[in-house]
Design a protein. Structure first.
Length: 202
């Protein structure tokens, strides 16, 4: 039997077991706040831990259990990464926020447990954007419009590195995958000329 979690941020967290084509419902928990919140990406690591990424507005309690872990959005919407155990128990939480809007739109985990977070943010051209969700500051200058940021966290959740892609228009990350030491990034580039990590793409 394979156990899996179906996650809907602001809606439900459902735990099921799959037996052939049948699924057995095991439980659910609600996570979210009073305004619009979203879950845009879900991935699990080798230990079965679940990572959920998206955006949130206003005040949100990210712990689906009886404990409370509340964050308040800095801007119109902030980006979050939530780690749950395979049973759906709260483990860790990371958020990114400015006075503009951000969202986590893609996630990947590699064989070493490093987590790659694809964030869409709008810091503005040459405006420093802090990619470190902890107290330390690791800033990269925005390129204009919406930009695509990819942040690497190690297995403990600490910031390792970050890169930005985009141009003068609105650009974003839509998918990430990691295998054999390589990270593949897919995105949408609305800018006439866009780059990623210092390389011009168009």
């Amino acid at each position: 039997m394979e156990k899996f979690l179906a996650v809907g941020f602001g809606c439900f967290l459902a735990s099921c077991t799959g037996v052939a084509d049948a699924q057995v419902y095991e439980g659910a928990a609600v996570v979210g706040g009073p305004q619009f919140d979203s879950a845009n990406a879900v991935v699990k690591d080798a230990a079965g831990n679940i990572f959920v990424g998206g955006s949130f507005m206003s005040s949100v309690d990210f712990d689906p259990g009886p404990a409370v872990n509340t964050r308040i959005a800095v801007g119109s919407s902030d980006a979050y990464l939530l780690k749950l155990s395979r049973e759906g128990v709260f483990q860790q939480l990371w958020t990114w926020g400015t006075t503009a809007s951000e969202s986590v739109d893609a996630l990947a985990v590699d064989e070493s447990g490093n987590v790659y977070v694809g964030i869409t943010a709008s810091p503005g051209a040459s405006v420093p954007y802090d990619t470190d969700p902890a107290d330390a500051i690791n800033s990269i200058g925005g390129l204009g419009g919406q930009d695509a940021f990819v942040v690497k966290l190690d297995a403990a959740g600490d910031h390792v590195a970050a890169v930005v892609g985009g141009g003068a228009g609105n650009d974003n990350v839509v998918a990430l995958t990691s295998r054999d030491g390589f990270l593949v990034v897919a995105g949408r580039a609305a800018s006439g000329t866009a780059g990623f990590g210092g390389t011009t793409l168009a």
